[in-house]
Design a protein around this ligand. Structure first.
Ligand code: SF4
Length: 62
């Protein structure tokens, strides 16, 4: 079982909070937007959701 990460690029401000908080380095910024480059590593801790001020991140179990 893993997690599917969806980032609303219209909402993402590129502040990089998710990049900094994620313990397994799922995110990086590309052209000023967060991209989940290591989605397979996601632990489902939801720390990135908590720090995202624009509510741009949705994480679902699959
Ligand atoms: S839920 Fe946790 S492990 Fe998954 S991307 Fe967010 S901060 Fe990283």
């Amino acid at each position: 079982m893993g997690y599917v990460i969806t980032i609303d690029t219209d909402k993402c401000t590129g502040d990089g909070e998710c990049v900094d908080v994620c313990p397994v380095e799922v995110y990086e910024l590309q052209d000023g937007k967060a991209v989940a480059i290591n989605e397979d590593e996601c632990l489902g801790c939801e720390s990135c959701i908590e720090v995202c001020e624009s509510d741009a991140i949705v994480i679902e179990e699959n």
